[in-house]
Ligand binder design. Structure first.
Ligand code: IMP
Ligand code: MG
Length: 214
């Protein structure tokens, strides 16, 4: 499946070319994916997903918290397709919360917090919506949990996939962008809960890693 590849030497855009909240100006190196580009790519992902999964009731499963902005925008595009074509399928939503990160390090333990009974997914076409895949451990854990409730089909869409030697080799079915091995924030991607209130995807600088450390 095709995706946009952001090279390791990508210069990005200077912060002052875009609107960035004042309280984050000192914390970011550059804008690497502007909000508009995220939206344009998401619109196309919606079309690819409906083409492949649109034959049967879709349950969109949002992986919280990082996935929520992408989830909302992706679903808006899927809804637009549903209400403007001759064929359409019901779309329902569910939420699950997973946590594997402390500071800028992925931990080996993936914790599942909250969410509905996964058994409601039996026999459904499930679309898992994630913000970023790094090692792949979070997604592999979730997929193995899900397989126990026998969904009809499971597809994974991740806005971002990180190019990293720490990857387990896992690749989602749909990818928005492949990004360099840097810590990214914005568009709901966080660093210890900060930066979800930033529209563009940006590179976090070293000072900020110290400043917001827990
Ligand atoms: P994985 O289990 O290593 O694939 O990690 C996936 C999770 O780690 C994602 O769902 C994110 O919550 C988090 N994560 C990984 N890289 C980043 C990043 O660059 N910025 C913010 N969160 C990240
Ligand atoms: Mg996540």
């Amino acid at each position: 499946m095709a995706y946009i590849q952001i090279p390791d030497d990508e210069k990005g855009y200077k912060l002052d070319l875009f609107c960035v909240p004042k309280h984050y100006e000192e914390d970011l190196d550059q804008v690497i994916i502007p909000h508009g580009l995220i939206m344009d790519r998401t619109e196309r992902l919606a079309r690819d997903i409906v083409r492949d999964m649109g034959g049967h009731h879709i349950v969109a499963l949002c992986v919280l918290k990082g996935g929520y902005t992408f989830f909302a925008d992706l679903l808006d595009y899927i809804k637009a397709l549903n209400q403007n074509s001759d064929k359409s399928v019901p779309l329902t939503v569910d939420f699950i919360r997973l946590k594997s990160y402390c500071n800028d390090q992925s931990t080996n333990i993936v914790k599942v917090i909250g969410g509905d009974e996964l058994s409601t997914l039996t026999g459904k076409n499930v679309l898992i919506v994630e913000d970023i895949v790094e090692t792949g451990r979070t997604m592999e854990t979730l997929l193995s949990l899900l397989s126990e409730c026998n969904p009809k089909m499971v597809k994974v869409v991740s806005l971002l996939v990180k190019r990293t030697p720490r990857s387990s080799g896992y690749r989602p079915d749909y990818i928005g962008f492949e990004v360099p091995d840097l810590f990214l924030v914005g568009y709901a991607l966080d660093y210890n809960e900060y930066f979800r209130d930033l529209s563009h995807i940006c590179i976090l600088n070293e000072n900020a890693k110290e400043k917001y450390k827990v």
